[in-house]
Design a protein around this ligand. Structure first.
Ligand SMILES: *[C@@H]1O[C@H](CO)[C@@H](O)[C@H](O)[C@H]1NC(C)=O
Ligand SMILES: *[C@@H]1O[C@H](CO)[C@@H](O)[C@H](O)[C@H]1NC(C)=O
Ligand SMILES: *[C@@H]1O[C@H](CO)[C@@H](O)[C@H](O)[C@H]1NC(C)=O
Ligand SMILES: *[C@@H]1O[C@H](CO)[C@@H](O)[C@H](O)[C@H]1NC(C)=O
Length: 370
């Protein structure tokens, strides 16, 4: 163990000496996130009497990236996508790649031209990476359309994309996949309602129409050439919007029992509103019944004195996460229609009387003319 350890120390020392001999130090390996600026640095240890004439950087193709004479900013020349970093000093050279792309991956060389000793060089290698990004969890209304989107900044490195679904029970199943030079593939249980875009960067899984049982989490997996599997997860909640109804019957003389019912997912919240006032006459009784299809039936029962319905408007308000504002159902609608019928009948009768008068008057006029 001791021998091994000291050998390790020695080796490390030798390695360091080797690097120092070159007198240019640079990190051997760096990781740069795609689409962000990134700075590469080389440091020089000068000896007495040496002066630095020029610095040159070579790119991954050994082409000149940037050259300059230290202390003179006007001598900087090079490719458009790089610039001399402000952190450069007499003994350090730093260049910034303005926006790292896939093509920037590889090894860079920095060359220091020293007087009178000549060229000294160092090298640093860059790996470009990306993360899978998603726009957050989603909710979708049953029967409508929803799209789940994953993005990865380095499509050149992607071999294939796979989408997997994890149900609320924890079961995991393959949903869809897309590989280079082929068509998107949808697994049989999902065919007809699921679609996948043929892209290796922005992968969009669309569900239309959404079913209640589509609820769960969906993982997009980018299988890359060099960075392994990159994944992200989007969870989908499915909603069924309520279509509330009000029914009532006379429970005992002068007492009316009203039910406000709603079937939805997740369960709706029902409150009673009496003439824009939330006071209810006696607390309503609410029942929740889970249905087999994943929805919940909510029944709120309110008991009122029948006289009250004639005076004030009684409404049931149904609140649901999927609604911007609650749905209001009035209990007075039947009285309302009765009133409409009454008005209509009166109007028709009045018209009949009027036309009769008109006829009589015409006949009368004719007789007088005779
Ligand atoms: C660049 O030059 C180095 C040696 O200086 C060599 O090992 C490397 O393969 C060259 N790269 C390219 C892309 O020509
Ligand atoms: C998405 O939903 C899952 C499960 O409900 C939760 O664990 C996760 O934190 C949510 N993510 C975001 C970004 O809200
Ligand atoms: C209201 O709902 C209850 C069940 O909760 C039912 O027994 C009753 O008959 C319903 N009343 C009306 C008027 O629909
Ligand atoms: C009635 O309910 C609404 C929301 O449903 C609330 O904003 C308001 O404060 C309530 N009014 C009273 C008097 O409780």
């Amino acid at each position: 163990m001791m021998i091994q350890a000291s050998c390790l120390q020695l080796c490390t020392l030798l390695l360091m000496a080797g690097r120092l001999q070159g007198r240019v130090t640079a990190p051997q390996h760096l990781v740069a996130p795609v689409e962000k600026p990134f700075t590469l640095t080389c440091s020089l240890s000068k000896e007495r009497g040496e002066s630095l004439r020029e610095v040159r950087w070579l790119d991954v193709q050994n082409q000149t990236l940037l050259t300059y004479k230290p202390g003179n900013r006007e001598t900087v020349s090079g490719q458009q996508h790089v610039e001399l970093a402000p952190s450069s000093t007499k003994d350090t050279s730093a260049i910034t790649i303005r926006r790292v792309g896939f093509r920037d991956e590889g090894c860079y060389t920095c060359i220091f031209d020293l007087h009178p000793t000549g060229l000294k060089q160092g090298s640093t290698c860059l790996t470009v990476t990306s993360q899978v990004t998603v726009d957050g969890n989603k909710t979708a209304v049953s029967g409508k359309k929803v799209s789940l989107l994953c993005s990865y900044g380095l499509p050149e490195k992607v071999r294939q994309i796979m989408w997997r679904r994890i149900s609320a029970q924890g079961e995991s199943t393959d949903v869809a996949s897309f590989a280079k030079r082929s068509d998107p593939m949808i697994e049989p249980p999902y065919q007809g309602r699921f679609w996948l875009t043929p892209s290796l960067s922005d992968s969009q899984l669309t569900i239309h129409p959404v079913a209640i049982q589509d609820e769960g989490c969906y993982t997009c997996m980018y299988e890359t050439h060099s960075d392994g599997l990159k994944t992200s997860t989007i969870c989908l909640s499915t909603y069924v919007l309520p279509k509330p109804q009000v029914s009532y019957k006379t429970a005992s003389p002068g007492v009316i029992e009203a039910n406000c019912t709603s079937v939805s997912r997740p369960p709706a919240e029902i409150v009673w509103n009496v003439e824009r006032d939330n006071r209810t006459m006696g607390p309503p009784v609410t029942k929740q019944l889970s249905q087999d299809d994943g929805t919940t039936l909510v029944i709120s029962t309110l008991t009122v004195q029948s006289g009250l319905l004639k005076d004030v408007s009684v409404k049931c308000l149904v609140h649901h996460k999927g609604l911007e504002s609650p749905i209001a159902v009035s209990m007075n609608t039947k009285i309302g229609t009765a009133l409409t019928i009454l008005i209509s009948v009166t109007t028709v009768a009045a018209l009949l009387v009027l036309s009769l008068c008109f006829c009589l008057w015409k006949c009368f006029l004719r007789k007088e003319a005779d």
